[in-house]
Design a protein around this ligand. Structure first.
Ligand SMILES: Nc1nc2c(c(=O)[nH]1)N[C@H]1C(S)=C(S)[C@@H](COP(=O)(O)OP(=O)(O)OC[C@H]3O[C@@H](n4cnc5c(=O)[nH]c(N)nc54)[C@H](O)[C@@H]3O)O[C@H]1N2
Ligand SMILES: Nc1nc2c(c(=O)[nH]1)N[C@H]1C(S)=C(S)[C@@H](COP(=O)(O)OP(=O)(O)OC[C@H]3O[C@@H](n4cnc5c(=O)[nH]c(N)nc54)[C@H](O)[C@@H]3O)O[C@H]1N2
Ligand SMILES: [Mo]
Length: 712
C-alpha cells in the first residue's frame, strides 16, 4: 500500500495539541514530524512527540485485559476477555453501590488528558457522584481559581506575541512542552522581549534572562508583594487603571507598606536591589505579562501567592492590552472545557469528598489526592470503597506514597486500573485494562489552554487502529455503565464525540477535522467593552465589578481578604528545631525534558538521555557531605527517604536541593518495579496544614537531609 500522511495533533502530554503529521503504511505508523502549518509550533515537536512511534509499538504495551490471580499486589496475573473484565468491574461496583450508595465509588484520574478526562467526568456524572481523586489542588488549577477570585476570569493569559517584558514565574516552559507556550516564549525572547525569571534553579531560561531572581523555594508570595511595594513606593503604578478598574487598592497598599525589598530579602534570599530592578523593569519596559509555572501553585498559601503574582500586571495597568495579561477571546461555548460539555445532570459539588476546600469548587473538581485517599483509608468525610484508576499513577505522583496512598489503595474493596503500560499502581488492581494512546483514537480537545488563545484546534483525528485489544477510556466506561444498567449516552468514542460533545454545538468530528486551526480575532480592552460580565456592562465579572485587591468573598470564607505571605510550615524559619536535623530546603518535581511525569521510563531512547533520577545540589553542599558528582545519595525527610544521583551545579543555592519526581524502573522486577527506591513522594506529606481554600500541599518547599548511599 502507498504511504499516506495523517494530519493531526500530538496528544501525548496533557494539553497535547501540537500540529503533527504522521506517516502511515499498511496501517502502521512509520514516522512523525511537526506540522509546519501549526500556527504556534510552526513544525516543531518536543522529544515526547518525536518518540510517538517508539511509544505506540513498545513491546511492553498492555494488549489485553488482566485479572489478579494471587493476592492484591502479589504480581500474579491472568489474561481474560474484555467481557469478563467489564462484568467483574460492573459486579463489584454494583455491590458497593447497593451497600454504600454511589458516592462510595471514585475515579482516580491524572493530569488533564482530554479523552480519559471527558470519559471519567461523564461516567461519574451518570453514575451519580462528583468524586474523583486527582491533582487539582497543586497542578495548574489553583491559578485558575485564584484568577477567578481576583478578576472573575479563569485565564489571565500572557500575550507572548506582543509583550515587551515577560516574567517567567517558576516556569521552565521550554522544557515542559511546546504546547504550553514553550515555542512562543522562545520566539518572544528571540524578538528581544525583556525577561525576568523567578526560579531557585538556573534553568536555560534563567541563564538567558535579563534578571534572574533566585528565590528560596516557597517564598514567591513575599517576592511578589515586595515588587508591588516597589511599584507603589516608586510611583510606577498605573493610577488611572487602578482608580477605574480595581477595588480595595488603598487598603491593599497600606497592607503591604512594610513588604519592602529589604523585608523580602530576609525571606526570599533575593537581594533587595535585584527586586527593585525587576519591579522597575516591569513598569518601564512594559507592557509586561506573567507566564506562570506550577511551582507557586504548591504550598499552603497558594490562593494568596497567586493573587500577589497576578496583581503585578494589574498594578502596572497591563490588563487586556497587547503584550499584557489578557483574557481569552475564544467564545465561552468553546472554552467551556471538555468537562462541562459532557454533563447530563448538574453536579452537586457540595457532597464531594473535597468540598471542605471551598475554592476548589471554582476549579470544577473538588477532589484532591489527599481528600480522596483519606476517604478511602479513614472514611473521612465518608468512605470510598471502590476506585477506578484511569490515566493516573498515584503510587508515584501523590503525597506520602507508601504510608498513605499505598495503604489506601490496599484497603479498597475493589480497584481497577486502565493504562497503556503495567505500572506500580496497576499492580495493585484487581482488574487491569489496556488503553489506547492518542494516536489510536479520535480526540476532541477543549480550547481553553492559555498558550494558544488565538487558535481553536478542536479535534485530533486518529492515525491507526488500536494496538492489540487496547480500547478507549470512553468505550470502557460506557460498557461498564451499560452492565450496571446505566446509560452513558454513547457506546463508542466516535458516537460520544459526535453525539454528546459536538452535536449540541452543531458540528461533527469530520467537519472540525476539515476546518483545522481556526484563528480567533484579537479583541482587547474587553472590560471596557462589556465583554466580560454576563449583564454586558463594562467591568469585570466579580461582585464589585472590578479587579479585587480586597476580596469580600475570601473574607466571607474566613480567609484573609488581601494577599499575605505565610512561611512554609516546614522551613529553616518556621521549624528551626526540625531544621537542625533536616537542614536543607527541598523542592521536588523539576520536569524532565523527555519524561511526562511517570511516563516513558520504558523508552530506551529516553533512558539513554536520562537514565536515572537526578538530585541537583551546589558543589559546596556536596563537598561538606563528602558527596561527589554522580554519587547515589539518600534524601530524607521526617516521613521517609529515597535515593537519587547527585548532580553538582552552581545554578542552585547551597542551602537548597532539587529532586526529581515520579521515578520508577520498569526494567526492575514486578510488582514493585523499584517504586520505593527513588520515589520523592515517600518524603512528602498528606497531612495539614493546607491552603484553606484550595487544599494545596507544600511538595515544593520541605526540609530534608542528604547523605551518601553506600550500597546501590
Ligand atoms: N516534559 C514534561 N513536560 C511537562 C510535564 C512533564 O512531566 N514533563 N508535566 C506537565 C504538567 S502536569 C505540569 S503541571 C507542567 C509544569 O510545568 P513547569 O512549571 O514549567 O515545570 P516544572 O519543571 O515543574 O517547574 C518549573 C520551575 O519551577 C522551579 N521551582 C521549584 N520550586 C520553586 C519555587 O518554590 N518557586 C518558584 N518560583 N520556582 C520553583 C523549578 O526550578 C523549575 O524550573 O509541566 C507539564 N509539562
Ligand atoms: N512531589 C511531587 N509530586 C508531584 C508533582 C511535583 O511537582 N512534585 N507534580 C504533580 C502534578 S502537577 C501532576 S499533574 C501529577 C501527575 O500525576 P499523574 O497524572 O497521575 O501522573 P502520570 O505519570 O501522568 O500518570 C498517568 C498514567 O496514565 C497513563 N496514561 C496516559 N494516557 C492515558 C490514556 O489515554 N488512558 C489511560 N487509561 N491511561 C493513560 C500513563 O501511562 C501513566 O501511567 O503529579 C503530581 N505529583
Ligand atoms: Mo500538573
Amino acid at each position: 500500500m502507498e504511504e499516506t500522511i495523517v494530519k493531526t495533533n500530538c496528544g501525548i502530554c496533557a494539553p497535547g495539541i501540537c500540529g503533527m503529521l504522521i506517516h502511515i503504511k499498511d496501517g502502521k505508523m512509520l514516522q512523525v514530524e511537526g506540522d509546519p502549518e501549526c500556527p504556534f509550533t510552526h513544525g516543531s515537536l518536543c522529544p515526547q512527540g518525536l518518540a510517538a512511534v517508539e511509544l505506540v509499538y513498545h513491546p511492553d504495551r498492555l494488549k489485553y485485559p488482566l485479572k489478579r490471580a494471587g493476592n492484591r499486589g502479589e504480581g500474579k496475573w491472568q489474561r481474560i476477555s474484555w467481557d469478563e473484565a467489564l462484568d467483574t468491574i460492573a459486579d463489584n461496583l454494583m455491590k458497593i453501590r447497593k451497600q454504600h450508595g454511589p458516592l462510595a465509588v471514585a475515579v482516580a484520574c491524572g493530569t488533564g488528558r482530554p479523552e480519559p478526562t471527558q470519559a471519567m467526568r461523564r461516567f461519574l456524572n451518570v453514575w451519580g457522584t462528583p468524586n474523583r481523586i486527582g491533582y487539582p489542588h497543586n497542578c495548574l488549577t489553583p491559578r485558575r481559581i485564584s484568577n477567578i477570585v481576583l478578576c472573575g476570569e479563569k485565564f489571565m493569559i500572557p500575550d507572548l506575541k506582543n509583550t515587551n517584558c515577560l516574567v517567567l514565574w517558576g516556569s521552565n516552559v521550554t522544557h515542559t512542552g511546546n504546547c504550553r507556550g514553550g515555542h512562543e516564549v522562545a520566539q518572544a525572547i528571540k524578538r528581544g522581549a525583556k525577561t525576568i525569571c523567578v526560579d531557585p534553579y538556573q534553568t536555560p531560561l534563567a541563564s538567558k534572562a535579563d534578571i534572574w531572581l533566585q528565590l528560596r523555594p516557597g517564598t514567591d508570595c513575599a517576592l511578589a508583594l515586595s515588587m508591588i511595594n516597589v511599584l507603589i513606593s516608586d510611583n510606577l503604578y498605573d493610577k488611572e487603571f487602578i482608580e477605574k478598574w480595581t477595588y480595595g487598592f488603598d487598603k491593599f497598599s497600606a497592607h503591604i507598606k512594610d513588604c519592602t525589598p529589604e523585608w523580602a530579602e530576609q525571606i526570599t534570599w533575593v537581594p533587595a536591589e535585584k527586586i527593585r530592578q525587576a519591579a522597575h523593569m516591569l513598569a518601564q519596559q512594559g507592557p509586561c505579562c506573567i507566564f506562570i509555572g506550577v511551582a507557586p501553585q504548591f504550598g499552603v498559601n497558594t490562593t494568596h501567592t497567586l493573587r500577589a503574582i497576578f496583581s503585578l500586571p494589574v498594578v502596572t495597568g497591563d490588563i487586556d492590552v497587547p503584550g499584557g495579561q489578557s483574557f481569552s477571546n475564544i467564545p465561552k461555548e468553546v472554552t467551556a472545557g471538555f468537562g462541562e460539555w459532557t454533563d447530563v445532570e448538574p453536579i452537586n459539588w457540595e457532597e464531594c469528598i473535597g468540598a471542605k476546600f471551598p475554592l476548589l469548587i471554582l476549579g470544577g473538581n473538588p477532589s484532591a489526592s489527599h481528600t480522596g485517599w483519606r476517604a478511602a483509608l479513614h472514611g473521612d468525610p465518608y468512605p470510598i470503597h471502590g476506585v477506578l484508576v484511569h490515566a493516573c499513577n498515584p503510587l508515584l505522583g501523590h503525597e506520602n506514597a507508601r504510608n498513605f496512598v499505598y495503604e489506601a489503595i490496599m484497603s479498597l474493596d475493589f480497584v481497577s486500573c486502565m493504562d497503556q503500560f503495567m505500572t506500580p499502581t496497576a499492580e495493585l488492581a484487581d482488574i487491569v485494562l489496556p488503553a489506547t494512546t492518542p494516536f489510536e483514537r479520535d480526540e476532541v480537545h477543549g480550547a481553553s489552554f492559555s498558550s494558544f488563545p488565538r487558535y481553536i484546534a478542536r479535534v485530533s483525528p486518529k492515525a491507526i487502529d488500536p494496538i492489540g485489544e487496547a480500547r478507549n477510556d470512553v468505550d470502557a466506561f460506557a460498557d461498564i455503565l451499560k452492565r450496571c444498567g446505566l446509560d452513558f449516552g454513547a457506546s463508542t468514542l466516535s458516537e460520544f464525540n459526535d453525539k454528546v460533545i459536538l452535536k449540541p454545538r452543531g458540528v461533527t468530528f469530520d467537519e472540525l477535522t476539515q476546518r483545522g486551526w481556526e484563528r480567533v480575532e484579537d479583541v482587547w480592552d474587553k472590560h471596557n467593552k462589556g465583554l466580560l460580565r454576563p449583564d454586558g456592562k463594562p467591568g469585570f465579572n466579580t461582585k464589585s465589578g472590578k479587579i479585587e485587591f480586597y476580596s469580600d468573598y475570601l473574607e466571607s470564607l474566613g480567609m484573609e481578604p488581601m494577599a499575605v505571605f505565610k512561611e512554609p510550615p516546614e522551613s529553616p524559619y518556621s521549624s528551626p528545631d526540625l531544621a537542625k536535623e533536616y537542614p536543607l530546603v527541598l523542592t521536588t518535581g523539576l520536569r524532565s525534558r523527555v519524561f511526562f511525569h511517570t511516563q516513558f521510563r520504558q523508552l530506551a531512547t529516553f533512558r539513554e538521555i536520562h537514565p536515572e533520577p537526578i538530585v541537583r545540589m551546589h558543589p559546596e553542599t556536596a563537598s561538606s557531605l563528602d558527596i561527589e558528582d554522580g554519587d547515589w545519595v539518600y534524601i530524607e525527610s521526617p516521613r521517609g527517604r529515597c535515593k537519587q544521583k547527585a548532580m553538582l551545579t552552581i545554578g542552585i543555592d547551597p542551602r537548597v536541593i532539587m529532586a526529581e519526581h515520579d521515578w520508577w524502573f520498569p526494567e526492575k522486577p514486578a510488582p514493585e518495579y523499584g517504586v520505593w527506591e527513588s520515589n520523592i513522594n515517600l518524603l512528602t506529606s498528606e497531612e495539614p496544614p493546607y491552603d484553606p481554600g484550595i487544599g494545596s500541599t507544600p511538595a515544593r518547599s520541605l526540609l530534608c537531609r542528604i547523605y551518601r548511599a553506600e550500597e546501590v
